[in-house]
Design a protein around this ligand. Structure first.
Ligand SMILES: Cc1cc2nc3c(=O)[nH]c(=O)nc-3n(C[C@H](O)[C@H](O)[C@H](O)COP(=O)(O)OP(=O)(O)OC[C@H]3O[C@@H](n4cnc5c(N)ncnc54)[C@H](O)[C@@H]3O)c2cc1C
Length: 375
């Protein structure tokens, strides 16, 4: 039990069983709160943003705030691994290459945070990672790699249940009503009365929260990464990488990582705008062609003719920073802009801090920050 202002908090409903809602449920359960997690679809569904085997975990950001969040997230991933007995992080290192100005902007924040890194020439990097081709300075940090996404959701939800929480799939939240005692969560399975609600609805944020919270315009896009078969090296040992546009790369930037399905690569936020309930799940041929061309030119270690594309949703804020905040009895998280997964457990922790103690999230994640509404 914990205090929330003057009210004794005993029961919190969490809406959304993707990465962020599941992490909030785990964080709250760890603090002894009675939690009910509600998810409109079934376990492992592919209609949101958190499905699939892997996501990049990296600390190299140009903003100190994200570097600090990544460092705390790393500790929490380790705690979740030890609580669940599952391996959730595989450290294969991460690389940034491409436009030297963008790459070099990531050095000082790593240095200031005491995170080990190296700067390599293209020849040095090519010798170490022969599956990739490099044209400029390469920044690498070893405490990075990938997070096992599907397994992480399973671990977060199982741990929530083990700690006494309830996880209910196939329950859609229709509305949230603030009352003097707390909230009434109206669902497809009846009303639930609770002291507080934490809402992490991914691409459904505007539909569910738009009437209650003054959200900025959130763009939902259908993205389409593709998997390629590695020629020699096992995909499991590939580093994660971000190839920033500029220098020799004249097209969009590309991210990539190893996974059980092969080497996954994708563009960042270039897909068509969609509504999450009416999208077609069909990758665009032009997008797949661009990834094949990239693989042919920059990834000598993969079979460029082996592309298998999938789709997934981005929910993008105007400044590409996340939104984590609270209004009254509603704490919410939205707009993870295609780079949220690595931070999953620390976002859960921030949501729990907001819901229980009203400790605000960092300024760059607040709803009233400058820059969120100007674009
Ligand atoms: C192709 C792709 C690649 C990515 N790569 C990376 C990467 O390498 N590294 C990284 O850090 N991040 C990456 N990301 C981003 C990361 O995956 C997302 O930021 C993260 O998964 C967002 O999680 P979420 O919980 O906000 O959203 P979601 O996973 O979409 O979860 C929201 C959940 O809420 C449920 N919901 C919504 N409304 C209701 C309702 N009314 N009632 C009940 N349930 C509801 C939905 O069904 C959904 O399950 C990538 C994303 C994509 C799409």
């Amino acid at each position: 039990m914990s205090t929330n202002g003057s009210t004794l908090v005993t029961h919190i409903v969490v809406v959304g069983g993707g990465a962020m809602g599941s992490a909030a449920a785990w964080a709250l359960s760890r603090r002894g709160i009675r939690v009910t997690l509600l998810e409109q679809f079934g376990p492992g569904h592919v209609r949101g943003a958190s499905h699939g085997s892997s996501r990049i975990f990296r600390q190299a950001y140009s903003e100190d705030g994200y570097v600090a969040l990544a460092a705390r997230s790393f500790e929490l991933w380790k705690e979740l691994e030890s609580a669940s007995g599952q391996t959730l992080l595989t450290l294969t290192s991460a690389l940034d290459h491409g436009d030297p100005e963008i790459v070099n902007a990531r050095v000082k924040p790593l240095q200031d945070a005491g995170i080990p890194y190296e700067l390599l020439t293209p020849a040095e990097a090519g010798a170490r990672w022969p599956g990739l081709r490099f044209d400029t300075v390469v920044l690498t940090h070893p405490g990075a790699g990938r997070v096992h996404a599907d397994d992480s959701l399973t671990a977060l939800q199982s741990e929530t249940v083990r700690l006494g929480g309830e996880v209910r799939h196939h329950v859609a939240v229709l509305d949230i009503v603030n009352t003097s005692e707390g909230v009434v969560v109206r669902t497809s399975d009846g009303d639930i009365h609770a002291d507080h609600v934490v809402v992490a609805p991914g691409a459904w944020a505007t539909d569910l929260l738009g009437e209650h919270i003054d959200l900025p315009v959130l763009r939902t896009t259908q993205e389409q990464p593709a998997f390629f078969t590695p020629l020699k090296q096992d995909a499991g040992i590939w580093p994660s990488f971000v190839h920033h546009p500029g220098a020799e790369l004249s097209t969009e930037g590309i991210y990539g990582l190893g996974s059980v399905e092969g080497i996954k690569i994708g563009e960042h936020a270039t897909g068509p705008e969609v509504h999450p309930d009416s999208r077609d799940f069909i990758p665009l041929p032009a997008g797949e062609r661009r990834l094949i061309e990239y693989a042919r030119e920059w990834l000598p270690g993969v079979d460029a003719d082996s592309a298998t594309s999938i789709t997934c949703l981005y929910t993008v804020t105007p400044d590409h920073n996340f939104i984590v905040d609270r209004r009254g009895n509603i704490t919410f998280a939205a707009g993870f802009s295609g780079h949220g997964f690595k931070f999953t457990p620390v976002i859960g922790e921030l949501l729990a801090d907001l819901a229980l103690e009203n400790i605000p999230a960092p300024d760059f994640l607040r709803l009233d920050r400058e820059g969120l509404r100007v674009h």
